[in-house]
Write a protein of this length. Structure first.
Length: 93
């Protein structure tokens, strides 16, 4: 079943899922958060495109622009995910 994506005003290539996750319209299971993680680790847009060849450079740049405009919220979500991963890893041993 396809994921419903609502266009995001001001961002032609991005949209929001029903749970408010910002995604790429062409690939709605791919979150802006995923690109933001790579970008915050100092990957260039070209590095990200090499890692995800199904994305266009325009999509990557627009995701980065959204990230830079919403950095505080996205960085907080990245930190929440890291804490969750660390908690899971510590339980596994």
């Amino acid at each position: 079943m396809p994921l419903e994506v609502t266009p995001l005003p001001g961002y032609l290539l991005l949209g929001r899922t029903p749970d408010q996750t910002v995604v790429l319209q062409s690939c709605p299971r791919f979150r802006v958060l995923d690109i933001a993680c790579d970008y915050s680790c100092e990957y260039t847009p070209e590095d990200i495109m090499a890692q995800y060849p199904f994305l266009s450079l325009a999509e990557i740049h627009q995701a980065i622009a959204f990230y830079l405009g919403h950095r505080r919220e996205i960085d907080a979500e990245i930190e929440r995910l890291k804490a969750r991963w660390q908690a899971l890893a510590s339980r596994r041993g």
